[in-house]
Write a protein that binds this ligand. Sequence first.
Ligand code: CP
Ligand code: NVA
Length: 307
Amino acid sequence: MRHFLTLRDFSRDAILEMIALAIKIKAEAKRREFIPYLENQTLAMIFEKSSTRTRVSFEVGIYQLGGVGLFLSRNDLQLGRGEPMKDTARVISRMCDMVMIRTFEQSTLEEFAAYSQVPVINGLTNEYHPVQLMADYLTMVEFGKDRDPVVAYVGDGNNMAHSWLMLASKLGFTLRIATPKGYEPQERVVADALEFARESGATIELLHDPREAVVGADVVTTDTWISMGQEEEREQRLRDFQGFMVDSDLMALAKEDAIFLHCLPAYRGYEVSEELFEAHAEEIFTEAENRLHAQKGIMVWLDRQRS
Ligand code: CP
Ligand code: NVA
């Protein structure tokens, strides 16, 4: 049995297998062919943070695969009154076939997985957002940006930056990350990425100048400057991220046919300008839709790994 906690745990081949499944299942769904790959299976979805895309895509996804999703928010569970995560894991995994969790610490997710009898999927932690990156890569494939791309990530060295580091270093492409000083990705994650890059041939560059990152890029991406749980740092962060907005001037340095991705929600006038966002809305909302298809690929792949 495998869990899906971070892309760190997967080989290039496994990632590409999940993407290939996602492409196949997306094509079937576009023909309104909903094959019950996970017939009668139940997906528990535990949320300790807000969500629009993750909740809707997992709930619709499991339904279209022939199963059913259970939306479980922290405050509705005994978890909110202090029941330990490891007990919650042992109860839920005896009744459900798969579990998705959105929580704060990666260690909370790992603890759940350690006590779970069924596959556990990371629906976002402070450290990683791997299901988002699978959707992002599927979008890159669809827009023809999967052959030796140069990806520029501009902004906070957060869960999205960490997940880009894992994807690039596993698949072997060029990733440039530009953050303000003091907001770099965690050293431990960078060290892992550099180690994987030695094997895959990926190029990883950590910069502090957005222009240097974006010049000649095939894909430009960013994320909010204030992630969930960081609301109290808002004023400081708004000051520190000055000059890091992705706008048309910055994007003009990328390749002429470069795409712009954003995991959403987007905060116009901060990490992205309204004009740039709307000019690339087709890519951004295809990326959002691809959450549904990519996660179906992940769930079906995980189901096939059960021993
Ligand atoms: N991108 C993403 O995970 O969106 P939600 O927070 O709405 O789920
Ligand atoms: N970095 C953001 C991503 C939201 C999908 C957060 O963690 O809030």
